[in-house]
Design a protein around this ligand. Structure first.
Ligand SMILES: Nc1ncnc2c1ncn2[C@@H]1O[C@H](COP(=O)(O)OP(=O)(O)OP(=O)(O)O)[C@@H](O)[C@H]1O
Ligand SMILES: [Mg+2]
Length: 299
């Protein structure tokens, strides 16, 4: 029997080795094919800008910010230029939030956050409790997974958050909120870095109150809501708030501190909004809390 020449496989392989040689140090193959359809990818239908091609390449564009438990990087995911046709889903910018295996003592997201959350007694859970190297790696993976899942829930409910694209281990990839023009990519500013006029502050107050209520309806409190964890969406002519940094969300009802965290979130954001000129009636933390509590306990 003569073996026939498999032309397609031959060319696929040569293309592969050819492009392998072309990957730079700051590049890798897109990790999208490594993700499982339902578990590790964002809500469906996938937005049309999500790059799903096997042959796409991820290129590191730089660090956005280092944090206590995670660093945020800017990443381009794109087909090689020669293969692009101009259709959506061929090139996009993403934020890679990479959680670091923490030293137990510096991990500031305290256990108060996770009270009332169910954890199984697995090898992972025991290792996390002991603080072994494996346990710390697993903890980082759990924070990433939690943030990924919460973003998905919020996205589906229509809360303004970045679309979560995928999760692999301790790395979460999400929609880049920002602009990309001739001057390069610029991340949207955090509210803290903006100086809105009074009318804008009032509009943001209405939007953020709505978001707090939507979260409460899902039974959740952000837990770290502040002008540092809300972006002003620079892709819009009149930027609206986009909420980020959600791995520490709290169960409003099941967590015994749910009410306290809700009050703190509302107070922090309302104080800032009022300082920007939002009318106190639109940014009244007591009123927000009461409305959120009603939304969260409505059956
Ligand atoms: N989707 C996004 N689009 C644009 N910029 C983002 C996005 N996500 C995060 N950033 C930028 O990265 C920063 C850090 O993100 P995030 O707050 O989620 O991480 P963190 O490590 O928990 O930060 P911190 O410890 O400072 O609260 C944000 O303040 C923002 O400037
Ligand atoms: Mg943050």
């Amino acid at each position: 029997m003569t073996s026939s020449f498999d032309r397609d496989a031959f060319f696929a392989r040569s293309m592969y080795t050819l492009s392998l040689a072309e990957l730079d140090e700051d590049q890798r193959w897109s990790t999208w094919p490594e993700t499982a359809h339902t578990l590790d990818r964002g809500p469906q239908p996938f937005p049309d800008w999500v790059v799903q091609h096997d042959g796409a390449v991820d290129t590191e564009l730089g660090i956005l910010k280092t944090g206590k438990e995670a660093d945020a990087f800017l990443l381009e995911r794109a087909l090689p230029a020669a293969q692009r046709t101009g259709a959506p889903g061929e090139e996009t910018l993403l934020v890679a939030k990479r959680y670091r295996a923490p030293e137990l003592t510096t991990f500031h997201r305290s256990s108060a956050y996770t009270e009332g959350r169910r954890t199984k007694d697995t090898r992972e859970a025991r290792a996390i409790a002991k603080g072994t190297a494996f346990g710390r790696q697993a903890a980082a993976g759990q924070w990433a997974r939690t943030e990924f899942e919460v973003l998905g829930r919020l996205w589906r409910a229509g809360v303004p958050v970045p679309y979560p694209v995928q999760i692999v281990g301790t790395e979460l990839l999400m929609e880049f909120v920002g602009t990309d023009d001739v001057d390069g990519a610029v991340a949207a500013p955090r509210l803290q870095e903006t100086r809105p006029d009074a009318a804008t502050a009032e509009r943001w107050a209405r939007r953020l109150r709505e978001a707090v209520l939507q979260l409460a309806e899902l039974g959740l409190v952000h837990g770290d809501l502040s002008p540092y964890n809300v972006l002003a969406d620079s892709r819009q002519a009149a930027p609206d708030p986009v909420i980020i940094d959600v791995p520490q969300v709290i169960d409003l009802i099941a967590n015994p501190h749910g009410g306290e965290y809700l009050r703190r979130d509302c107070a922090t954001i309302c104080t800032w909004l009022c300082a920007q000129g939002a009318p106190p009636s639109a940014a009244d933390p007591e009123e927000w809390c009461a409305a959120a509590w009603r939304a969260g306990t409505r059956s």
